[in-house]
Design a protein around this ligand. Sequence first.
Ligand SMILES: CC(C)(COP(=O)(O)OP(=O)(O)OC[C@H]1O[C@@H](n2cnc3c(N)ncnc32)[C@H](O)[C@@H]1OP(=O)(O)O)[C@@H](O)C(=O)NCCC(=O)NCCS
Length: 156
Amino acid sequence: MKTTTLQKMTFDDLPQVLASAQRAFHYPWTFEMFRDALMAGDEGWLLLKEEQLIGWGLIKNVLDELHILNFCIEPAHQRQGYGRHLLAALIARAPEAKTALLDVRASNFSAIALYEAAGFRPMGCRPGYYPAARGREDAILFSMPLTPAAAGRQYA
Ligand SMILES: CC(C)(COP(=O)(O)OP(=O)(O)OC[C@H]1O[C@@H](n2cnc3c(N)ncnc32)[C@H](O)[C@@H]1OP(=O)(O)O)[C@@H](O)C(=O)NCCC(=O)NCCS
């Protein structure tokens, strides 16, 4: 993992990030969603290994909250610890935040396992939030305290 680097995402990276999202998600963000996030000032980060894209994430700072908007490891590189590493790196980008927040599809067991292992806990549900093959799917909201005493600050 020491050989990976974190690089700020720019508009020029979006074609590559979009292609990655299309490989990793059944319902990927569109180009416009990525573009609008960057235009709104949200931070995107690329996880690179020898200039190869391993994963990426987008975060938004709202007062003392860190919102993890989207997050992905390339399918070919999953289950090698990169997701845990990138999640920690994204959290470390917001040293002033007191809480980290995210939402995830109720059926996304791999992401839920990662978030729970990292210290996130479920705090609510948005019924029918996501499109799905049959109708809609719930979003589970997760949060993690980032106070210095909290386990999450091991990432800072
Ligand atoms: C979710 C995702 C980011 C995990 O990334 P990853 O690099 O594969 O995860 P890691 O190898 O760092 O795994 C860390 C921990 O997460 C959990 N985990 C990750 N993938 C898992 C899986 N397929 N099944 C069960 N647990 C899993 C495990 O607890 C794992 O720890 P372990 O390997 O010691 O058992 C990746 O699967 C992904 O990008 N999926 C598609 C996009 C996505 O769903 N993004 C999240 C949107 S909310």
